[in-house]
Design a protein around this ligand. Structure first.
Ligand code: FUB
Length: 469
């Protein structure tokens, strides 16, 4: 990752209008690299990093969390932890993973420390979405080197937890039951052709590439450990060629020896040098979470979470998985008659999200021509009579249209939003439903300005609901 810069990335794609049929990348309001999925209480969570596009490096200062009941509409829970949450951290809020144990949530992160090492830390919470607090006030793993990135944690059936991590070297340690300490020694997993498909060649980047091309693969970073049918799987970012692949090895034990199995996701039009992901089962389906640089204007330093569904082969091996724009299908419908957060989004353009103590996360930076798409909304048989939205406007305000199935589909409601007294002075406004609506639809919230220039901020949007007929 570190040696190779975006000059190697030559992919360019036509992205205009990609949202109409796209589901990948699954979040468009922020960059969301290094996705780490977690299933808890029949809900999918994904913990991500936060790229700041426009820099020439992985300039990252915080982490984010999102959740979904249906795999297509993702609710933004904001950024519960950042570099500031760890008094000993100064930079590089890189890849992380959150796991649950006995009702507590442990978010393992890596950062550059104030004394210029890379170290693994852990924040703890009673809820998957926080608030999280640094569990130790100091690093969990620090060895005075730059090796300590990309923690992954797995709890085995015998309740022993394992922490793996490492860039170009792969380490593990057995965690104590408290999940925030360890007693045994840190073990380095030997790199071999049998274990990871190749050997890391310590030389300057071009020589590394040439020499590595003689191997099938090599362990680079981003380990992801899990178990399926008594088999342990170690997915990781591997490499041959000019960008990272997702590759995997298996073992009969959580500590190896590991046997190289091949690549899951190879060079494809990704627009990102790195790839990093997690695999998880949810309601009987298997999903690969990974990242690409495919949001408009993005690239290696503006990476976003994408998801593909896949099926294991009969022998437990993982097939080659293609990156798609279409992503995954909804596995549930959304109830429009409950309070729905505006930041529950399948696809959006020309808006972002912000958070404050009073309102939590809300949709902000709304501009004319922007919209939010929410998929698979089930209006039932009787239909809706009224639509309400909680909105705020510090200046001009604008118009919120509700349309069905496509951006210019049937308009079923419209709310004219006046100045409400401040950008966080939310008011609930209501509109009658103009035509009968029943069954399952995609709903589009379309944003329009009233006689103002296109670049101006219109209003903020916190939540919405329909009233049943
Ligand atoms: O996001 C920063 C770094 O890039 C991660 O720690 C690596 O896994 C790679 O994705």
């Amino acid at each position: 990752m570190i040696q190779l810069k975006s000059k190697y990335i030559t992919v360019s794609l036509l992205l205009i209008g990609m949202g109409i049929c796209a589901q990948n990348p699954v979040i468009q309001t922020h960059f969301t690299p290094d996705p780490a999925p977690m299933v808890y209480k029949d809900k999918m969570y994904v913990y991500t990093g936060d790229d700041q596009n426009g820099f020439d490096f992985y300039t990252m200062t915080k982490w984010r969390v999102f959740s979904s009941n249906d795999m297509v509409n993702w609710t933004d829970h904001g950024s519960p932890i950042s570099l500031e949450s760890f008094s000993w951290a100064r930079d590089r809020a890189w890849a992380a993973q959150c796991v649950e144990r006995n009702g507590k949530f442990y978010w393992y992160i890596c950062v550059q420390t104030v004394d210029n090492n890379l170290a693994v830390g852990v924040a703890v919470s009673d809820s998957p979405t926080g608030p999280f607090k640094d569990a130790l006030g100091k690093p969990l793993v620090t060895t005075g080197t730059w090796d300590n990135i990309d923690p992954t944690v797995f709890i085995d059936d015998d309740v022993q937890a394992y922490l793996y991590w490492g860039n170009s070297k792969l380490f593990y340690v057995k965690l104590n039951k408290d999940m925030v300490s360890y007693e045994g020694k840190i073990t380095e997993i030997p790199q071999s052709v049998e274990a990871f498909g190749g050997l890391r060649v310590p030389a300057k980047s071009d020589q590394v590439l040439q020499k590595q091309e003689q191997y099938k693969d090599v362990y680079v970073e981003g380990p992801w450990l899990y178990k399926r049918n008594k088999q342990y799987y170690m997915m990781y970012a591997g490499m041959t060629g000019r960008s990272e692949s997702l590759s995997y090895s298996t073992s009969n034990s959580p500590t190896g020896p590991w046997k190289y199995q091949g690549k899951i996701m190879t060079d494809q039009p990704t627009n990102s040098f790195t790839n990093h992901g997690g695999i998880v089962d949810f309601r009987g389906k298997s999903y690969l979470f990974y990242h690409t640089g495919l949001l408009p204007g993005a690239g290696s330093y503006g990476r976003s979470t994408a998801i593909e569904e896949f099926k294991y082969n009969a022998d437990g091996s993982i097939p080659n998985i293609l990156m798609t724009k279409e992503g995954v299908n909804p596995i549930a419908t959304l109830n429009p008659y409950q309070k729905n957060e505006a930041e529950t989004i399948a696809w959006s353009e020309k808006c972002s999200t912000s958070e404050n103590k009073k309102n939590g996360v809300y949709v902000s930076e709304i501009r004319t021509g922007g919209y939010i798409k929410v998929r698979s909304v089930d209006f039932g048989t009787k239909g809706a009579s009224e639509f309400s939205a909680s909105v705020a406007a510090g200046l001009d305000g604008g118009i919120l249209e509700v349309r069905l199935d496509q951006l210019d589909g049937n308009k079923i409601a419209e709310i004219e939003i006046p100045r409400t007294g401040g950008w966080e002075e939310f008011k609930t406004l209501t509109s009658k439903i103009s035509e009968s609506v029943s069954g399952v639809h995609d709903v589009y919230f379309v944003f329009k300005g009233k006689n103002i220039s296109a670049g101006r901020k219109l209003f903020n949007f916190d939540y919405w609901s329909f009233k049943k007929k």
